[in-house]
Every structure is written in structure tokens, then in C-alpha cells.
Design a protein around this ligand. Structure first.
Ligand code: PLP
Length: 220
């Protein structure tokens, strides 16, 4: 099945879940896929592309330099401060800011950059994210650094038996209470729950590009 066909299916899922497809932006997650996936996404009109790993994103940026594809890169993975400088010229939305030190590094290398605060709502500490109770303080700190805090981001539970909805509702409420417009949540498996809870950005990977051919290290 082509990316274009999968995109039609995905838009159908968004609509069925009660979302207006035109008002929810799709961040196409290409991690683990090669650069052809990014080109295909762009050819389908998907301009927002998400990557989790600094080296992988930079390799794709370089490979695409000679092509017509001009994605807006979203950084969505765990990030070390020392990677920020190399990424800064290319990232249009930093979705995974979860601590003040990381925000400060982004503010230094990309003044005024658009960011989301990643909120930890599931028990999976390996995913990163700022504890809910500390989010207001982090948002303040990022704004003080001059960053453009657009909203919140979260990763749903890995365990398929855990209902993602309460966590997604909590993040939407938290964003509303802080007057933040954007909420990035919903991956291939929990897209419907995220849309129903009020996601403004969804992050499908597998649903657009199929299973990832390579397995990934965690961390980095
Ligand atoms: C991998 C990943 C996605 C996409 O996951 P799929 O299950 O392939 O849809 C979305 N968001 C984040 C943060 C990810 O790490």
C-alpha cells in the first residue's frame, strides 16, 4: 500500500474519531525509514515530518538537500543538550522539551524557537517528559528564555491494556489551563483516543509508512 493510500485511511480514522481532518495537523514520523519515506510524505503534501534521533535526522537533511523535498522538521525524541547546536538550523518545532536546561540550550542556538513541552503522564520513565506538576514552572522558564511555547506533547502508554484516554484528557486540560493552543498526541495505535481528547497534532509513523525496517536503540 502506498503512503498516499495510507494517508487516505488515516484521514478517515481522524474523521471517524470526531476530528476535523483540516484542523488537525499530521506530523509524519519517519524514524527508522529511509529518506525515500520523507520524499513520499512530501509528495503527498505532508510537510511536517518528525524524527527521534539527531544523527538520523541530520543524515536525512543532508540527503534531501539536492531534492525538491522541503519538510518542516519536528524533533520528537529524547534529546541531549550537546545535540541542539547541530539540529538548530533545521528544526521547526522542538516537541520534546522536558527540562529547563534543554530549553536554555535551544534558546541559545535557536533564539525564539517554537517548542512544545513534553509531559509525562504514563509510568514509562524511559520516554522522558516533565512530570505534570512541574509543567507550569517549565513553561514559565521557557518563556523567560524567549522561546515560543506553542503547547504540550505527550506519548501514550506502551502497554496496549492501559487506556490512553485519561492521560490524553489530562494533557488537554493542562494545556487549556495554561492557555496553550497546541496539543501533540496520538501515534498509530492510539490516534483515535488522542483525537477524541482534543489533539491538534498527531504523530503517526507506522500507519503511514508500515512497520519500521530497523529496530532502534532507546535513549540517545
Ligand atoms: C515512534 C514515535 C511515533 C510514531 O509511532 P508509530 O507507532 O509508528 O505511529 C510518534 N511519536 C513519538 C514520540 C515516537 O517516538
Amino acid at each position: 500500500m502506498s503512503v498516499a493510500d495510507r494517508l487516505v485511511e488515516l484521514r478517515g480514522r481522524i474523521a471517524t474519531a470526531g476530528g476535523e481532518p483540516g484542523r488537525i495537523s499530521i506530523c509524519a514520523v519517519t524514524k527508522g525509514h529511509d529518506v525515500a519515506a520523507v520524499e513520499e510524505a512530501c509528495a503527498c503534501g505532508l510537510v511536517d515530518v518528525g524524527e527521534n534521533y539527531a544523527q538520523e535526522m541530520l543524515a536525512k537533511v543532508q540527503a534531501l538537500a539536492a531534492t525538491a523535498a522541503e519538510p518542516r522538521w519536528h524533533f520528537i525524541g529524547r534529546l541531549q543538550r550537546n545535540k541542539v547546536k547541530a539540529l538548530a538550523p533545521f528544526v521547526s518545532l522542538w516537541q520534546s522539551v522536558d527540562r529547563p536546561e534543554l530549553g536554555a540550550a535551544i534558546a541559545r542556538h535557536a533564539p525564539g524557537a517554537a517548542v512544545l513541552v513534553q509531559v509525562a503522564v504514563s509510568d514509562d520513565v524511559g520516554k522522558g517528559g516533565c512530570p505534570e506538576s512541574e509543567v507550569p514552572r517549565l513553561v514559565d522558564a521557557l518563556m523567560t528564555d524567549g522561546l515560543d511555547v506553542r503547547g504540550l506533547m505527550t506519548v501514550g502508554p506502551t502497554d496496549p491494556w492501559v487506556d490512553p484516554r485519561p492521560g490524553f484528557d489530562a494533557v488537554r486540560l493542562l494545556a487549556d489551563s495554561l492557555s496553550l493552543a497546541e496539543v501533540s498526541m496520538g501515534m498509530s495505535r492510539d490516534l483515535e483516543a488522542a483525537v477524541a481528547a482534543g489533539a491538534t497534532i498527531v504523530r503517526p509513523g507506522t500507519a503511514l509508512f508500515g512497520e519500521r525496517p530497523r529496530t532502534h536503540r532507546s535513549g540517545q
